[in-house]
Design a protein around this ligand. Structure first.
Ligand SMILES: [Zn+2]
Length: 370
C-alpha cells in the first residue's frame, strides 16, 4: 500500500505558522477565516482538500506519524523517549494495569480544569498556537489531525476541532462515530471529558492510538463474552455492563450510527442524574469500529484521586484520563512510578470511577432495554 500523503492534503508547518498566535483563545474566533490579526490569507484552510469518508484516513495518519518523526525534532524526541521508557504491570480484577513512566506528560497531568485558569492561558490546540514543525491533516470540515509530540502510545494523534469550542461530547457524538469508522481498523478513538482527563477542556478534541494498545480495548471482546452482563438491546444497539472491572463501564455496540448516537445521548442524560456536577456527566469513552461500532463508556465520579498532589506538592502525580482508567496509567515522576503499588492503584480506581452499584442503578433507570 502506498502510504505517501498527497501534497495537497497536508497542511504544512509553514502554512500553520501563518495563523496568528493566541487569537482564537482570546476571542474564540475561527482563525482560518475571521481573525483580523491573521497573516494567513482569508479562508486559507478552506483551500485544503478535506479527507472525507472513503479516504484511506488510517494510512494517511500512519504516514503523517512517520513523516513527523522523521522531520520534526520534538516528535522524534518524544517517540524515541517512549520507546525506551520504563513500564511495569500488575493486575486488578482481571484488567492488566500497565504503569508507564513518562516525564513528558508532566504538564498535561498537572493541567488545571478550573475555568478561570483555563480562560487566562493560551489555548495550545488553536491553529495559531501550534508548535513550529507541526503538520496537520484536515479531516472533514471541522477537525485537524495532529501527531502528538508527547505520546503515551507508539502512535498518538490529537484531533482538535478547527474552531475553539469547549470539549462537549453531546455536540460531537456524530463526529466521534465518523472518526472511529474512518480510522478503522488501525486506530481506536478516545474521548476525555472536560473534568476527567482532558488537558485542554476549553477546546473540543479527540485522541487516537493504535487499536488494542490500551489493555481494556484489547481484552474487551473476551471480557464481554466471559463476564459481561447483557443489559438488553434497543433498536439494534446492544448494551453490556462490565461491572466487575476496576473501571465499571457500559459497552454500546451497533451496526448503524443513528440509533447508537441516540443511545449514547440517552445514557448520558441518565448518567447526569447519578453523577452530580455542572456540565456533562463525567465520562471517558473508547470508540472502535469493526464491522460496527463499539463504544465503551466509563463513567467517572471524580477528576483526581485523594492522593493527588496537594498545594505543597506532596502526594502522587497520577491524573487519570481515558488511557489511565483503561489500564495504561501514565506516571510522569520517577518517584511515583516506583512507589505506586497495587493497593494504591485499587484505591485510585475506586475513587475516580463510578462504583458497580451505581452502574446497576444506571441500568435500572435506563429501563433495561428489551
Ligand atoms: Zn483553542
Amino acid at each position: 500500500m502506498n502510504h505517501a500523503i498527497p501534497a495537497d492534503r497536508l497542511i504544512s508547518s509553514a502554512a500553520l505558522a501563518r495563523f496568528h498566535p493566541g487569537c482564537a483563545a482570546m476571542d474564540a474566533c475561527r482563525c482560518s477565516s475571521r481573525c483580523a490579526g491573521s497573516q494567513a490569507g482569508p479562508d486559507e484552510l478552506d483551500h485544503v482538500p478535506r479527507l472525507h469518508p472513503g479516504s484511506d484516513l488510517a494510512a494517511y495518519c500512519h504516514a503523517l506519524h512517520l513523516q513527523q518523526r522523521a522531520t520534526w525534532p520534538l516528535a522524534a524526541a518524544g517517540y524515541r523517549a517512549l520507546d525506551s521508557t520504563e513500564v511495569r504491570s500488575c493486575e486488578l480484577n482481571g484488567l492488566e494495569i500497565r504503569l508507564q513512566l513518562n516525564p513528558a506528560r508532566l504538564a498535561s497531568s498537572t493541567a488545571t480544569a478550573d475555568s478561570a485558569a483555563v480562560r487566562a492561558r493560551p489555548c495550545f490546540l488553536c491553529i495559531g498556537n501550534l508548535p513550529a514543525g507541526q503538520q496537520a491533516l484536515a479531516y472533514g470540515d471541522r477537525y485537524l489531525i495532529l501527531v502528538n509530540p508527547y505520546p503515551v502510545a507508539p502512535e498518538h494523534f490529537t484531533v482538535p476541532a478547527v474552531d475553539h469550542v469547549p470539549q462537549r461530547i453531546g455536540d460531537s457524538i456524530a463526529d466521534l462515530l465518523s472518526l472511529c469508522r474512518d480510522l478503522a481498523p488501525r486506530y481506536t478513538v478516545l474521548y476525555n471529558g472536560p473534568q476527567c482527563g482532558a488537558s485542554v477542556p476549553e477546546h473540543q478534541h479527540f485522541q487516537a492510538v493504535p487499536a488494542g494498545y490500551l489493555p481494556l480495548d484489547r481484552i474487551f471482546s473476551h471480557e464481554r463474552d466471559r463476564r459481561g452482563m447483557p443489559w438488553g438491546e434497543r433498536r439494534g444497539v446492544r448494551y453490556t455492563g462490565l461491572e466487575h472491572l476496576p473501571c465499571p463501564c457500559v459497552a454500546l455496540e451497533a451496526e448503524t450510527a443513528a440509533p447508537l448516537q441516540e443511545s449514547l445521548r440517552h445514557l448520558l442524560e441518565h448518567l447526569k442524574n447519578l453523577v452530580p456536577g455542572p456540565g456533562e456527566p463525567m465520562v471517558n469513552i473508547i470508540g472502535r469500529y469493526q464491522q460496527g461500532w463499539r463504544l465503551l463508556v466509563i463513567p467517572r465520579s471524580r477528576h483526581r484521586p485523594s492522593s493527588y498532589l496537594d498545594a505543597d506538592g506532596n502526594g502522587i502525580l497520577l491524573s487519570p484520563g481515558t488511557a489511565d482508567v483503561s489500564g495504561l496509567c501514565v506516571v510522569p515522576r520517577w518517584e511515583d512510578f516506583h512507589r505506586l503499588q497495587r493497593a494504591h492503584l485499587q484505591r485510585v480506581f475506586e475513587e475516580v470511577c463510578l462504583p458497580a452499584a451505581s452502574l446497576r442503578l444506571l441500568r435500572d433507570r435506563l429501563g433495561a432495554p428489551a
